[in-house]
Write a protein that binds this ligand. Structure first.
Ligand code: DGY
Length: 441
C-alpha cells in the first residue's frame, strides 16, 4: 500500500468516528469520548483539519471538573451499550465535578504536549497560517492554557500523597494500561466485598481472549464502587483506595506535559514559576523513586505496599520522552532491554516492535489487551523519547513497524507482536491519527 493510500484510509477512520464535537475511539467498542484518545486524535486531525482539531481539544476540556480534573471518559452523547454507563459513576451533582456526564477518574495528561506540538507546526506539517490562528485563539480569555494549568495543578496536588508532587493513580484505568501485569499484585491484594451487580459489555464486539479477565473486571468495578462511595473526593481517595500507585508512564507524560505547558506559558507571556517548581520537584525525585539500578529499568511504585512493582513493561522507556533519564540510563534501557531479543527486540518469537510487556515476563500474553500486544501510541511516545536521546535507528524502527502493522492489518486497537495480526477494536481512531502524524516525518 502506498503512503498516500494509507493517509487517505487513516483520514477516513477519523471521519467515520467523528461526531462533530468529539471523535469516538472506535465506532462500537468505545462510543464516547476518552481523554488521551482525544488528544492523540487532535494531533492527527491537525494534519488536515486544524479547526476540527481545536474543536476536539475544546470538547475534552469542556468536561473539566470544577476542581481541575479532566475525566477519563466523557459521555456527551448519553448512554450506549458501553459498560459502565454514565450513571454508574455517580458523578452527577458532586460539588467538585463538571457539567458533562463523566467517569470519576482521569487519564495520562498528554494534552499539553499535543497542543504544543500542533503549535510547533514546522515539525508536524501543519501550515503556518493555520498554526497562527491556533495560537491567537490560545491567547483569548477562554483559551485552553488556564484549563491545562488547572489540570496539571490538580495532578500535582490533589493526587500527591507524599509531598513529591508525583501523582497517585487510584484505578488501573487511569494509567491507560488497564490490565497490564503491572497491576496484578496490587489487584490480587483486593478483597472483593459487596460487588455491585454489573454486566460486562466489552466482549460483545471484541474476542474474549483479547480482553481483560473476569477477575480483572471484578476488581475494576469494585474500585469504581469504592470511588463513588467516597464521592470521588480526592483526599478520601488517597486515604482509602486500596489501589494506589505512582506510575512511570503517567509521571513521565506529566513531566513532558509540564515542559510543554511551560513553553506555551512563555509564548503567551504567562508566569512560569509554578510550572518551574513542578518540573524541579519531579526531577529531584523521579530517579530515586523509579529507577532500579540492578536491572537497568524504570519500575512503577506501589504506594500501598510501599514497594516497587517488579514488572518489565514497555512503559519503562517513557522517561526518555520526558528527558528524565541520564545518558547512561538511556544507554542501558536501549542496550539491555529495547534491543534485547529476549525482551522487546524482534526474534523467532516476535516480528514487530514493541511488545507492551517484555516477552520473558511471567504475565506476557501476546494478544490480550495490555499484557503484550503492540500499541501504536506507545510506539509513538517511545519513538519520540528515543529521538530525544539520539537513538534514531531505534526510533525509525518503531515508526517503520507501526506503519507496517496498520498497512497489513488496518487501524486496529492493538497488534499481536508475533505476526502483526490485529486485535481489539477495529477502525481505532488513535491508530489512524498517529499514522497521519508518523507519515509526516
Ligand atoms: C475500557 O473500557 O476497556 C477502557 O479502556 C476503560 O477506559
Amino acid at each position: 500500500m502506498t503512503a498516500t493510500d494509507l493517509y487517505a484510509r487513516a483520514q477516513a477512520v477519523l471521519r467515520l468516528n467523528d461526531t462533530g464535537e468529539f471523535t469516538k475511539p472506535s465506532p462500537r467498542q468505545y462510543p464516547h469520548q476518552w481523554n488521551w484518545d482525544s488528544a492523540f486524535i487532535a494531533l492527527g486531525l491537525a494534519h488536515f483539519d486544524l479547526p476540527r482539531a481545536l474543536v476536539e481539544i475544546r470538547s475534552l476540556l469542556r468536561a473539566q471538573w470544577r476542581d481541575g480534573m479532566v475525566p477519563h471518559i466523557i459521555y456527551p452523547n448519553g448512554a450506549s451499550d458501553y459498560f459502565p454507563p454514565p450513571d454508574f459513576w455517580q458523578t452527577e451533582n458532586l460539588p467538585h465535578a463538571g457539567n458533562v456526564p463523566s467517569s470519576g477518574l482521569t487519564q495520562p495528561p498528554i494534552l499539553s504536549t499535543i497542543v504544543r506540538m500542533i503549535y510547533k507546526n514546522s515539525e508536524f506539517g501543519v501550515r503556518n497560517s493555520e498554526s497562527r490562528i491556533l495560537i491567537s485563539e490560545l491567547r483569548t480569555p477562554n483559551s485552553e492554557f488556564p484549563q491545562l494549568l488547572a489540570w496539571h495543578r490538580w495532578l500535582h496536588t490533589a493526587r500527591d500523597v507524599d509531598g513529591t508532587g508525583l501523582p497517585c493513580l487510584i484505578h488501573p484505568w487511569e494509567s491507560g494500561m488497564d490490565n497490564s501485569p503491572l497491576w496484578a499484585d496490587a489487584l490480587d491484594r483486593i478483597t472483593l466485598r459487596d460487588l455491585p451487580p454489573f454486566k460486562r459489555r466489552d466482549t460483545i464486539h471484541v474476542a474474549t481472549d483479547e480482553r481483560p479477565l473476569a477477575t480483572d473486571y471484578e476488581r475494576f468495578v469494585h474500585l469504581i464502587d469504592l470511588g463513588r462511595r467516597l464521592r470521588w473526593e480526592p483526599r478520601a481517595l488517597l486515604d482509602q483506595m486500596p489501589f494506589l500507585v505512582q506510575d512511570v508512564l503517567f509521571c513521565a507524560i506529566l513531566h513532558r506535559a509540564d515542559e510543554d505547558l511551560r513553553a506555551l506559558a512563555i509564548e503567551l507571556g504567562e508566569d512560569t514559576r509554578e510550572i518551574d517548581d513542578w518540573l524541579a520537584r519531579t526531577r529531584a525525585v523521579f530517579n530515586a523513586r523509579f529507577w532500579d539500578d540492578a536491572r537497568g529499568l524504570y519500575l512503577d511504585y506501589d504506594v500501598r505496599a510501599q514497594s516497587p512493582i517488579r514488572v518489565n513493561a514497555n512503559a519503562t522507556f517513557a522517561p526518555l520522552f520526558a528527558g528524565l533519564a541520564s545518558k547512561e540510563q538511556a544507554a542501558r534501557l536501549v542496550a539491555e532491554h529495547f534491543d534485547n531479543p529476549r525482551e522487546y527486540a524482534p526474534a523467532a518469537d516476535s516480528k514487530y516492535r514493541l511488545p507492551s510487556v517484555a516477552k520473558n515476563e511471567r504475565g506476557y500474553s501476546p494478544r490480550r489487551y495490555w499484557c503484550g500486544p503492540v500499541w501504536i501510541q506507545m510506539n509513538w511516545i517511545i519513538a519520540h523519547g528515543l529521538r530525544r536521546y539520539g537513538y534514531h535507528a531505534q526510533a525509525d524502527a518503531l515508526v517503520r513497524d507501526s506503519l507496517a502493522l496498520v498497512a497489513q492489518s488496518g487501524f486496529r486497537e492493538y497488534f499481536d507482536p508475533r505476526d502483526g495480526s490485529g486485535c481489539g477494536a477495529t477502525d481505532f481512531s488513535w491508530s489512524a491519527a498517529l499514522t497521519l502524524d508518523m507519515l509526516s516525518y
